[in-house]
Design a protein around this ligand. Structure first.
Ligand SMILES: Cc1cc2nc3c(=O)[nH]c(=O)nc-3n(C[C@H](O)[C@H](O)[C@H](O)COP(=O)(O)O)c2cc1C
Length: 325
């Protein structure tokens, strides 16, 4: 399948693996890229730019296909040395960056000068248009269904994607809730040039996370995610567990007066404990509603091949078959 996204990134299939904290390591990115998609290393999971340089070098040894690095621009209070992370990306020979969080505007000149293609992930049409204006090559449009931070507008992809198609000139991929061939075909029908998946890629053989995480995704239904931190305007979709239910309760009690200190121990430092140690109740961790559609743990290649071949069948048989001769 050839789309503006496969052309832009030089990949075989229009499927991207979004940056994921403590999941997007070299093993994950290389497995997706080797399967013909676009794998992405999560920059800030590496504690320093030097550590990121090592992770990129490791990935370069594991694949000769293109892969990218995610740079998440965090809200005000945390300020990692972004210029040094960008230098590690450029020096490592990576030419694709997925940005997310705040606008990447300040860093665009440095990235463009190095020939980097930038795909900005955002949750609204207005932020997508801003990304287009500042020179991003593509956007990843993240609907309300998504695992992680869906923003504050709560627009699901059935509306957000065709709205993006109405307004954008640059290519975009559908992100949030994606996990099956029928959704890929639907996203293409709605105007996207491919899809971005997060949660679905965690339940793959190569995902470098504890088996408990993969089991939890298979056990979960579409009803098992919760939205937290809305009063802080930093809404996050997470898989429910006793710690998350506690957060929801605290948020209900505190209402608009909620501060980050009220829930800090339930949201801070959780990722290594969940992803590496398999302590599923350690706190809140991002997970999308697509958990309800995850029923197995294939390799990345099995997953992508299956999706592409089923997509072809849906297009050729089901959709074409609906048209009167
Ligand atoms: C466990 C987990 C961690 C994530 N960490 C990040 C991150 O550090 N930076 C980022 O830009 N997006 C992050 N995301 C969001 C994904 O890149 C992607 O946009 C999202 O998962 C898409 O929705 P889906 O999970 O429904 O596929 C994370 C998602 C998950 C599930």
């Amino acid at each position: 399948m050839k789309t503006r996204i496969t052309e832009l990134f030089g990949i075989q299939h229009p499927i991207i693996q979004g940056g994921m904290h403590f999941v997007g390591l070299a093993e994950m990115a290389a497995a997706v890229s080797n399967a013909g998609g676009l794998g992405i290393i999560t920059g800030l999971t590496q504690p320093t730019p030097e550590a990121l340089a090592k992770e990129i070098a490791k990935c370069n040894k594991m694949t000769d296909k293109p892969f990218g690095v995610n740079l998440t621009f965090l809200p005000g209070f945390a300020n990692p040395p972004y210029p040094e992370y960008i230098k590690a990306i450029i020096d490592g020979g990576v030419r694709i960056v997925e940005t997310a969080g705040r606008s990447p505007e300040a860093y665009m000149p440095a990235m463009k000068e190095a020939g980097i293609k930038v795909i900005h992930k955002c949750t609204s049409v207005r932020h997508s248009l801003k990304a287009e204006r500042i020179g991003c090559d593509a956007v990843s449009v993240d609907g309300f269904e998504c695992g992680g931070h869906p923003g504050e507008d709560d627009i699901p992809n059935m509306i957000l994607l065709p709205r993006a198609a109405e307004e954008l000139k640059i290519p975009f991929v559908a992100s949030g809730g994606m996990g099956t061939a029928s959704q890929l075909v639907a996203a293409l029908a709605l105007g996207a040039d491919g899809i971005n998946m997060g949660t679905r890629f965690i339940a793959t053989k190569e995902a470098p996370v504890h088996e408990n995480v993969k089991k939890a995704l298979i056990a979960a239904s579409e009803l098992d995610t919760r939205l937290i931190m809305r009063p802080l305007r930093n809404t996050e979709r997470v898989l429910t567990n006793p710690a998350v239910e506690k957060i929801v309760e605290i948020e209900r009690e505190k209402g608009a007066s909620l501060g980050i200190e009220d829930i800090r121990e339930l949201v801070g430092g959780v990722y290594p404990r969940v992803m590496q140690e398999g302590d599923m109740d350690a706190g809140a961790w991002s997970c999308g509603m697509v958990a309800g559609l995850i029923h197995d743990v294939p390799t990345c290649k099995e997953l992508i091949d299956r999706m592409m071949s089923e997509a072809e069948t849906i297009i050729r048989k089901r959709l074409e078959g609906l048209l009167a001769a």
